[in-house]
Design a protein around this ligand. Structure first.
Ligand SMILES: [Zn+2]
Length: 358
């Protein structure tokens, strides 16, 4: 049984009819019962598709894959301690977003859709474009007008049509949504099939630890696509009794743009919109902000913010260790550094290199 459910109003929808949000306007969740056969999994190729029966694609012929996943769990020296970091910077298009793109684009192929839109000027845009290109699906990416030439060239290099939209990041999203009325919105934020790709992060961590749960996961939060995916993955593993606990989710935001950190610390259920505007913070409102706050609270987790200076320092440190990660990925390692100063001596901590330098 597989269906969309609305966490806000409870409405359910079938998944074989294209839909990217509830009639009430809220983002949808996907209800799906995964199965895991650990012996079968152990004998399969090192990609996310080794967890085939846990990924909601019906027909193998619809799988769109670039052999992504099963990235190494790297040992990194941090503040004199060895910590485990998933090498998701090693993905084909350069970031963990390939997890979500592979599953979402496979679903798009399964639905027989040949034309999609997405709004992203970064890693998600590259990932969706690359997988659409592999599947022969036309892909149009909406980007804010001011997006750097380098990013535009990267996305164009993967074969997308680019539409530059004047105004803010929100104006760009609105333009993409309007276009999606006639095509399909392959949104890494709205579409729950994307999160059912990023959830493979949890499966891999668990398997690589000998089917164990770490004590805490230190993950970045912008739109929360990795954190929410990891939360789905560990809940699924717990539901089938492979693990008996879900790790504490430690969420990292950059000080310059930390609406969820502030909402968490002030014990709010959602972002205080007036406040973030008053503080002049350039915020892209995370669509699933409420869900992110709920997930972190439900696991007894926490939020940290990191400054630009801490991010720069951490990136240099990682370079010395031999890891050439992108600046946004260094926000996570800066947060990880902070967490390791407070972590229990025997705490098993796992974090992530989200993307590599382009
Ligand atoms: Zn609803």
């Amino acid at each position: 049984m597989e269906r969309f459910t609305c966490p806000k109003c409870g409405t359910q929808y079938p998944t074989d009819i294209p839909r990217w949000r509830c009639e009430c306007g809220a983002p949808l969740d996907l209800e799906f019962e995964p199965t895991f056969n650990r012996e079968d999994i152990a004998g399969r190729d090192p990609t996310i598709w080794r967890y085939r029966e846990a990924i909601p694609i019906r027909d193998d012929r619809n799988i769109v894959s670039l052999d992504e996943g099963f990235t190494p769990l790297l040992e990194v020296d941090l503040e004199g301690r060895r910590v485990l970091v998933k090498g998701d910077h090693q993905f084909p298009t350069g970031s963990f977003k390939d997890r979500g793109a592979s599953v979402l684009v496979s679903k798009i192929k399964e639905l027989g859709i040949t034309d999609v839109v997405e709004d992203s000027s970064g890693n998600a845009g590259c990932a969706i474009t690359a997988y659409c290109s592999k599947a022969g699906i036309r892909c149009t990416i909406y980007v804010p007008e001011g997006t750097s030439q380098g990013k535009l060239e990267t996305i164009e290099g993967y074969g997308a049509n680019l539409v530059k939209v004047p105004g803010t990041r929100e104006d760009t999203a609105e333009e993409a949504m309007r276009a999606a009325e006639k095509t399909y919105y392959a949104s890494h934020v709205w579409n729950p099939f994307f999160h059912h790709g990023t959830k493979t992060f949890a499966y891999e961590v668990c398997e690589q630890l000998g089917w164990r749960t770490p004590d805490s996961l230190v993950l970045p939060v912008g739109n929360g696509t990795l954190l929410l995916g990891a939360y789905i993955g560990f809940r699924e593993l717990k539901a089938v009794e492979i693990v008996d606990k879900i790790p504490r989710l430690i969420a990292i935001q950059a000080r310059a743009c930390a609406p969820l950190y502030h909402a968490f610390k002030e014990n709010l259920g959602e972002i205080d919109r007036k406040k973030t505007i008053a503080e002049g913070i350039a915020v892209a409102e995370p669509v699933r902000g409420t869900q992110i706050l709920e997930a972190v609270r439900a696991t007894g987790g926490d939020f940290y913010i990191v400054s630009d200076e801490e991010i720069r320092t951490s990136r240099e440190k990682m370079k010395e260790e031999g890891f050439d990660i992108e600046p946004t990925a260094a926000a996570t390692t800066a947060g990880l550094t902070k967490h390791m100063k407070r972590a229990e001596h025997d705490e098993l901590v796992v974090s992530v290199f989200t993307g590599r330098r382009r």
